[in-house]
Design a protein around this ligand. Structure first.
Ligand SMILES: Cc1cc2nc3c(=O)[nH]c(=O)nc-3n(C[C@H](O)[C@H](O)[C@H](O)COP(=O)(O)OP(=O)(O)OC[C@H]3O[C@@H](n4cnc5c(N)ncnc54)[C@H](O)[C@@H]3O)c2cc1C
Length: 451
């Protein structure tokens, strides 16, 4: 094995999903020398390769709860025609991310994973990385951020990890896909005329159009031998013409960190996609001429391992809309668990309509490892219980965590303080200082103008 390079950095971020990207950009803009290491050949994780859209609720009334670099991303997507209110185009998002990483001066290493972590006491000293071409490189840094979603860096450092519900079972996995050639007028008419055939929250006038249900059609198709369907069909409008993102496949009871289980998940989801194509063309009004446009390159993992931080964020923090002295990331999205066992619908789920009346905060301490002084996290592997993670995992909140911890790392190194002692206001001011003014309040403008 050849050791290619030795990188000596201020900060190494592992995992270039939405959380890691925001962390790397924030830290680099503040002056840190940053390396971002990603296992895929593209950046963005679930937000791009995983084809997830839209950005789930991150606003209250007309006020956006996540600003900073995330608002710049929205602004740049909008400018390029890649945003429909909160729904976005995954390919344009890749362009936006890479442009921002390059401008910020972040060193990007692709197709690489950590292979060994060297630590002394409470400090991570060095990480060796292995690339898919069989080369190794080694990175020393003052600080490390694990934004792998699976807490893979922390796992290699032998840190304590949390995972799954009380029985240790993880949420269901979903392979997302997009379809084109969809007739939205027919869909809206259908929803208007048969409201009971859909979840109660579905509105024919929503923008982007988001529809879940088709209970009658699914029942009938199952009777006719469509044996891979679950209880409902769910899609969301994408920017462009006649395009939707479909969030309907489910793989239950698999360990998302087991490569063989992932192989089974992708295979069974692909079989479901095959059947969903025929189902939608045959049964769903407006999908008669629909085509599969893209299938995600990575199966969507909602939840796997989580890092144990100085604070473990909980479902009761979400329900109580709890605020903290070090509450850095504001969010309003509620607890959202896709069962580990089944997608069976209950009347309660069909009739529930989410309410957004207040926000909660994720504290800085939930982004700081309790075992290593220079290990931090952001995104879906943040320090949380099963319910807390199910709310905090969404893309805008993951972006908010990323930019907050990236800035906190930079300020801590600048002032020779530990991250957890930094004042919340200083971190927020730091983020304001590095944010492009042009994009300020861009999402609030979009909400007001109804674009
Ligand atoms: C099916 C599904 C649907 C969803 N729908 C929505 C939605 O509609 N709206 C919404 O807001 N949120 C949604 N979410 C949640 C949201 O997309 C994710 O929780 C969020 O994107 C997580 O971001 P992240 O950066 O923490 O993780 P990820 O996007 O998973 O990024 C982690 C990155 O780390 C890389 N990586 C992993 N391991 C390693 C390693 N060992 N070495 C190097 N790199 C590594 C991965 O390749 C990836 O790029 C959905 C999630 C799923 C699974």
């Amino acid at each position: 094995m050849i050791v290619l390079k030795f990188a000596d950095k201020d900060l190494i971020v592992v995992g270039a999903g939405i959380a890691g990207i925001h962390a790397a950009i924030a830290a680099s803009r503040r002056g840190l020398d940053v390396m971002l290491v990603e296992r895929n050949g593209s950046v963005g994780g679930i937000s791009t390769v995983g084809l997830c859209s839209p950005f789930m609720r991150f606003w209250l009334g007309n006020e956006s709860l996540v600003s900073g670099i995330f608002e710049e991303v929205l602004f740049d997507l909008h400018r390029r025609g890649g945003l429909l209110r909160n729904s976005f185009d995954s390919e344009i998002l890749k362009i936006v991310y890479l442009e921002k990483l390059k401008k910020a001066g972040v060193m990007l290493a692709l197709h690489s994973i950590p292979s060994k972590v060297i630590s002394t006491g409470r400090t991570i000293m060095r990480v060796s990385f292995l690339s898919s071409s069989g080369c190794m490189f080694s990175g020393r840094a003052k600080m490390f951020i694990d934004s792998t979603g699976d807490a893979s860096l922390a796992k290699m450092a032998d840190a304590t990890l949390l995972s799954g519900n009380d029985d240790g079972r993880n949420q269901a996995l979903t392979l997302m896909f997009t379809m084109s050639n969809v007739d939205f007028e027919r869909i809206r008419e259908d929803v208007r005329s048969r409201r009971e055939n859909f979840f109660k929250w579905v509105s024919p006038d929503s923008n982007p159009l988001s529809v879940a249900g088709y209970f009658e059609e699914v029942d009938e198709a199952i009777k006719k031998g469509f044996n891979r369907l679950h209880d409902y069909f769910f899609f969301i409008e994408l920017p462009g013409t006649g395009r939707v993102s479909v969030n309907t496949t489910h793989s239950f009871g698999r360990d998302p960190t087991d490569p063989f289980a992932l192989g089974q998940s992708v295979t069974e989801c692909m079989e479901q996609i095959d059947q969903l194509l025929s189902f939608s063309r045959k049964y769903v009004r407006g999908f008669e001429e629909a085509k599969i446009e893209k299938i995600a390159g990575d199966v969507g993992v909602r939840e796997s391992r989580r890092i144990k931080g100085l604070y473990v964020f909980t479902g009761s923090d979400v329900r109580a809309h709890r605020k903290f002295e070090d509450g850095l990331v504001k969010a309003t999205y509620g607890i959202d668990i896709h069962s580990a066992e089944t997608q069976k619908m209950t009347e309660k789920v069909k009739n529930s309509v989410p309410e957004y009346s207040d926000y909660y905060e994720i504290p800085l301490r939930a982004l700081v490892s309790s075992e290593f002084d220079n290990l931090f996290t952001a995104g879906r592997c943040f320090s949380s219980d099963f319910e807390g993670q199910s709310a905090g995992r969404i893309m805008p909140t993951s972006a908010g965590m990323g930019q907050a911890i990236g800035m906190a790392c930079a300020l801590a190194l600048e002032s020779d303080k530990s991250v957890s002692t930094l004042s919340k206001n200083r971190i927020i001011e730091g983020l304001i200082e590095i944010t492009d003014r042009e994009s300020e309040h861009s999402f609030e403008r979009i909400l007001r103008e109804g674009v």
